[in-house]
Design a protein around this ligand. Structure first.
Ligand code: PEP
Ligand code: MN
Length: 268
């Protein structure tokens, strides 16, 4: 049985401020249908450790003609699923319009993806759209290991008055052969943590690995290195996922991952 004390409290508005509890975000790479979202949300609710369900609605794909998300329609599904299950939701924003749409449809947390973080104009636009709005925002690392660019994006949000800003480590682009889709370069994220002791920095083993078989290894590594939580992709049937099929866990695999990690933590 995983550590009861680390479970989320029913009915509380999850905070991303640094505290004793790890921040756990899980859910599909992309929102694909209302049924898919309800199924995942119910499973994540049962898990008891999940603060937010993630689901991408605008997908920044590398290759043209790939599935690019259902956009606003998927936000309507997410909002409905939140009302039915009580599971708060998180999604990715890349433009000012995305921010307005998310606020309109009740998103509980936003994140900025690795491709967008490399563009200060886009970040400034997003930061300005968030002025005066209190919603937690997590900033993924840029594709390249450029700590200043990552910190610059975080600071643009802080300067716009966003109070709850955190970071997500998702690894850096590799060219040479590697078992992982992205190179973790843990030291870059650890330096970000050292420079910003009050900042919550979580790890995204799904996008680092690109492969479900490495998620447990990378999650353990991240928790042992002192990361403040995890973002993990979970899909009811990863094989037929419309994006990132190879790296998503089933809800059962995710439950096992979480109980293995927190049992180990409790035993230490
Ligand atoms: C995602 O979270 O699904 C995503 C597109 O991630 P990243 O920006 O890390 O590539
Ligand atoms: Mn993904």
């Amino acid at each position: 049985m995983a550590n009861e004390k680390l479970k989320t409290e029913e009915g509380t508005n999850p905070s991303i401020q640094k505290d004793a509890k790890p921040l756990i975000i899980a859910g599909p790479c992309s929102a694909e249908s209302p049924q898919q979202l309800v199924e995942v949300a119910q499973e994540l609710k049962k898990n008891g450790f999940v603060n937010y369900m993630r689901a991408g609605v605008w997908k920044p794909r590398t290759t043209p003609n790939s599935f690019e998300g259902y956009g606003t329609e998927a936000l309507i599904w997410l909002n409905q699923v939140k009302q039915e299950t009580g599971m708060p939701f998180a999604t990715e924003v890349a433009t000012e319009r995305h921010v307005y749409e998310c606020l309109k449809f009740g998103a509980d947390l936003l994140w900025i993806g690795a491709r967008t973080v490399s563009n200060p104009f886009a970040i400034q636009e997003i930061a300005s759209a968030l002025r005066g709005v209190q919603i937690p925002v997590l900033v993924k690392n840029p594709l390249s290991p450029d700590l200043k660019l990552w910190e610059g994006a975080i600071n643009r949000l802080r300067l716009a008055g966003v109070k709850e800003v955190g970071a997500i480590h998702r690894g850096f682009t590799v060219w040479h052969a590697s078992p992982f889709r992205n190179f973790p370069m843990w030291e870059v994220a650890l330096q970000l943590k050292a420079n910003n002791p009050e900042l919550r920095v979580i790890s995204d083993p799904s996008h680092i690995s690109g492969d479900a078989q490495y998620i447990e290894l990378l999650s353990n590594r991240a928790i042992n290195l002192g990361f403040d939580g995890l973002m993990v992709e979970v899909h009811p049937n990863p094989k037929i996922a419309l994006s990132d099929a190879k790296q998503q866990l089933t809800p059962n695999q995710f439950n096992l991952l979480i109980s293995n990690i927190f049992e180990a933590k409790q035993a230490n």
